[in-house]
Design a protein around this ligand. Structure first.
Ligand code: SAH
Length: 247
């Protein structure tokens, strides 16, 4: 049977509509609008952080403000505000948002404080501290991560953070004492030099252990060191200069 002219033109029109849908539908996927990062951050703070009883208003404000998605690799960006750690390359991770918030609250940051961080990683924890204290020295043992963090921190205008490449086990005696020290990789035991570099009233927040770790706060009081053990955590191990993996 031979198709009529009307039938042929109907098929032609349908084909055109299909083509248009393909082209413009596809274009819509390619140029989809970027995620509403601010809204994602609000949700992160409400459901992951406030809901788990982090209450320090300055800490909550910092968590609402710092663009976490700018501190993770491009491939992880969409997942930046999820309730979990994310890979940042070189076998390392950026901590879960809740853990960053808890450790920051435990440090009890004050506007005039000078803080030492061991394990810069992505630079995110340092950026969160940036608005809460006067100065942050952050030591990272993997040079490539230190460099990426420096770039992200400079791009965000976090000018009071100084990233130092090296093994943080020995702390930074030339800038000691510190009002706060935060360690974001786990040693088997608390490094003695870090305790020594705490000012009176200063706090050291640190995960300790091997396979099984717990989060601890060591506070230097006029009488000595007071240690509080909190809850189980899972951090990457604190490595020493001699066991840094080959690139
Ligand atoms: N605070 C980071 C989390 C980083 S994960 C963030 O906000 O993203 C821990 C980091 O500690 C890793 O980058 C790891 O390379 C680093 N690290 C491990 N051992 C170290 C050491 N001895 N000195 C300094 N950094 C160390």
């Amino acid at each position: 049977m031979i198709a009529s002219a009307t039938e042929i033109s109907l098929v032609f029109v349908l084909a055109l509509v299909g083509l248009a849908l393909l082209v413009f539908g596809g274009a819509r996927v390619c140029h989809s609008s970027p995620p509403d990062w601010k809204a994602l951050r609000e949700e992160m703070v409400k459901y992951q952080i406030e809901a788990r009883e982090v209450t320090n208003p300055r800490v909550l404000r910092a968590m609402r403000t710092v663009p976490r998605h700018r501190f993770v690799p491009e491939s992880q960006r969409e997942k930046a505000y999820q309730d979990r750690p994310l890979p940042i390359g070189h076998g390392q991770t950026i901590s879960q948002p809740y853990i960053v918030a808890v450790m920051t609250e435990l440090l009890d940051p004050q506007p005039g404080d000078r803080v030492l961080e061991i394990g810069t990683g992505s630079g995110y924890q340092a950026a969160v501290l940036s608005g809460l204290v006067e100065k942050i020295y952050s030591i990272e043992i993997i040079p490539e991560l230190a460099e990426t963090a420096r770039i992200a921190l400079a791009a965000g205008g976090y000018e009071n953070v100084q990233v130092i490449t090296g093994d943080g086990y020995a702390g930074l005696p030339e800038q000691a004492p510190f009002d706060g020290i935060i360690v974001t990789a786990a040693p088997e035991k608390v490094p003695e030099p870090l305790i020594e570099q705490l000012a009176v009233g200063g706090r050291l927040v640190i995960p300790v252990g091997g396979w099984s770790q717990d989060l601890r706060v060591l506070e230097r009081t006029p009488e000595g060191i007071r240690t509080t053990k909190l809850f189980p955590v899972r951090f990457v191990p604190l490595t020493r200069s001699e066991d840094v993996p080959e690139p």
